[in-house]
Design a protein around this ligand. Structure first.
Ligand code: PSU
Ligand code: MN
Length: 307
């Protein structure tokens, strides 16, 4: 048995997801790091439930992915979601962490990379998140480049995001995505969105204006052997955004705080997000929730094009 077959055997589907896959209903994968490391309790669980119901309202089925008791959960019950959201010391799991979390039976929240792996093995082609990890500012010194980029380069899942957070080096992130062969497509805008802000100051490599057009691109891409993922960058709704100039001030301050406190490695993103939450008096969280919901709705419409 090869490794991916073994990982596949560890998948536990919720009844709703199993039935949806069996009858060919659209399914949208959701990550869990955003719940455990991206947002504070209880708004994390409220948001996770809200996003699931947004997906159902569009006629698709949500498949929130997490690691629990040595299994890869694809679709969480309400009780599982509560257990995960309230558990202490949940591991943030990217590709490098999956085996450890599974082997030791710990609770693991999956990042974009790990969620893509599980979604692909489960047969789920579309995944909604907030923002992807990328090349961190100062990566030329720290070498901090998210495994999300590598996964996008190798795993054929469409990731619907609100672009890359401006706490990353967005131009370098785009360069790496290009190197890894990942089409980056802005939705209904020519400019690459930057998570909390609709603007990044950078042109998006490509732009498409409907779920239908994105669906046909994905169907075309399936014909290419060895293709990896596609990244959709969906701008946060105007009414919910924090403009770029204002956001840059908060981001710089939060990164300085992380440096002063010596935060390193996989702790950097959660720490900086927490610092930004404080600096914006909670406004960044409202924006984060709005953009995840917006991405979930678009992902559901894209998933409907693929069935
Ligand atoms: N962006 C957010 N909240 C998050 C993340 C990104 O607003 O919680 C998470 C995602 O799971 C993403 C991960 O895949 O951070 C990237 O972490 P790293 O840079 O360590 O790969
Ligand atoms: Mn990192």
């Amino acid at each position: 048995m090869n490794n991916s077959a073994a990982l596949k055997d560890l998948i536990v589907y919720s009844n709703e997801v199993r039935e949806a896959l069996a009858v060919g209903k659209p399914v949208v994968a959701l990550e869990s790091t955003i719940i455990t490391h991206g947002m504070p309790f209880p708004r994390n669980v409220e948001t996770a439930r809200q996003v699931e119901s947004d997906i159902r309202a569009e006629g698709a089925v949500p498949a929130t992915i997490a690691l629990m008791d040595g299994k890869v959960m694809v679709g969480l019950s309400d009780a599982d979601l509560d257990r995960l959201a309230q558990a202490e010391n949940v591991m943030k799991c990217s590709r490098a962490d999956l085996t450890f979390a599974i082997a030791t039976g710990q609770y693991g929240a999956t990042t974009v990379a790990a969620t893509m792996m599980a979604a692909h093995l489960a047969g789920v082609k579309v995944f909604a998140t907030g923002g992807i990890g990328g090349v961190h500012k100062g990566a030329e010194e720290s070498f901090d480049i998210s495994a999300d980029l590598d996964e996008l380069g190798r795993t054929p899942v469409c990731v619907v995001s609100a672009g890359a957070k401006a706490l990353l080096d967005i131009p370098k992130t785009l360069e790496v995505l290009e190197t890894k062969g990942v089409p980056v497509i802005a939705y209904a805008t020519e400019e690459l969105p930057a998570f909390w802000s609709r603007e990044s100051g950078l042109d998006a490599p490509y732009s498409l204006n409907s779920a239908e057009e994105i669906g046909s691109l994905l169907k075309m891409r399936e014909n290419f052997a060895g293709h990896g993922g596609v990244l959709i960058a969906n701008p946060v709704p105007e009414a919910d955004q924090i403009p770029r100039a204002e956001m840059n001030g908060y981001i710089d301050a939060a990164i300085r705080k992380a440096e002063t406190e010596g935060v390193k490695g996989k702790d950097v993103t959660p720490f900086v997000l927490g610092a930004i939450l404080e600096l914006t008096d909670g406004r960044s969280l409202d924006t984060n929730i709005a953009l995840v919901r917006n991405n979930a709705r678009l992902a559901a419409r894209i998933a409907a094009e693929l069935v």
